[in-house]
Ligand binder design. Sequence first.
Ligand code: GDP
Ligand code: MN
Length: 396
Amino acid sequence: MNLHEYQAKELFRAHQIPVPRGILARTPGEALAACEALGGSRWVIKAQVYSGGRGKAGGVVVANRAEEVSGAADRLLGRRLVTYQSGAEGLPVESLLVEEPTEIARELYLSLLVERASERYLFMASASGGMDIERVAAEMPERILLVRVHPAVGLQPYQVRRLGFGLGLEGGQIKALGGLMEGLYRLFNDSDASLVEINPLVVTAAGDLVALDAKVNLDDNALYRQRRLAELRDPTQEDSREAEARMHDLNYISLDGNIGCMVNGAGLAMATMDLVKLHGGAPANFLDVGGGATAARVAEAFKLILSDPKVEAVLVNIFGGIVRCDLIAEGIIQAVREVRVGVPVVVRLEGTNAEQGLRMLAESGLPVATASSLGEAADKAVAAASRGLASAEGVA
Ligand code: GDP
Ligand code: MN
């Protein structure tokens, strides 16, 4: 789960990580009132969306006059902001963070995450902040500094100094960096985060360190014990199908392809996506209906897959270990009737009562193709989807 920048900055504040003063605004009037309350004659207006890259997309505006504030608020609020991370549809802007301006001398990068391979916390830092860090990592990997922290030992002063000197900081700035990294480390643990990122962390004209941007990703598996943070979720910023799936306890991720996949078991779902790719197709989603798939869950999963207009064929791949394939077949038949599936469906059943299940599907009279192997199923689904595409193109 993500947090908005203003929420992340509240967490920063609570952990003594310096951030600019700011006020959240939901209307142009509130934005003007926020400027008044902050005082001064310049303000920074920042669109609150679950995405970075807002600066380049026009979502961060430095305003020198009140008219510019209302102009920016009018232009941003109620619109969708398209960034290089958001996808072509963009994300809805429903609130703005109005901040006092910061005089920037240098833009640094600092983040904290879990590095699974080394089983350590990993601080990443770079003197090339402000820009896309993936690009820095790809083009100038030597500009990325890494510090690994053992969870039983904690952050050590020498590690702070190493990063500090590597970033070109001096004197009191190293001490400030130490406080900031300690704060980041506590925040990370206290909130069960999976990533905390400050890009840019700025050195101000006065030489202070300030977190100008704030990104926090929370570990979904720990949300049950992070009630207050879990309540901050903003469904308007999330993929609507993924939100719907969460309500039904289905493990669903939207992807770009045109073949809807319904599978029981995460490993099998991954293998299915690989097979689709291998046969020249592209999956429209990852979906694990779970080990104890019931007819009702299968129906929900079908509805979810078919609510995606990109889907041109559905591939169902069920392994009947705990579940019986005849029950799954019943669920599929019920779902296909109920949901009125308008695209080709290919089903591969394997395991307990598979033959019975396949026979039921064949005798149902529904336009459901069956396959006995996963390879054959993938092949049929890819062919069905491309036929659909060909006929659609024929019409156009
Ligand atoms: P992002 O583009 O979504 O990552 O949004 P950021 O919060 O990182 O802001 C993008 C850029 O806007 C920063 O890298 C800064 O260069 C600029 N910016 C943001 N706040 C201020 C500010 O207070 N003063 C100045 N001069 N620039 C700012
Ligand atoms: Mn940023």
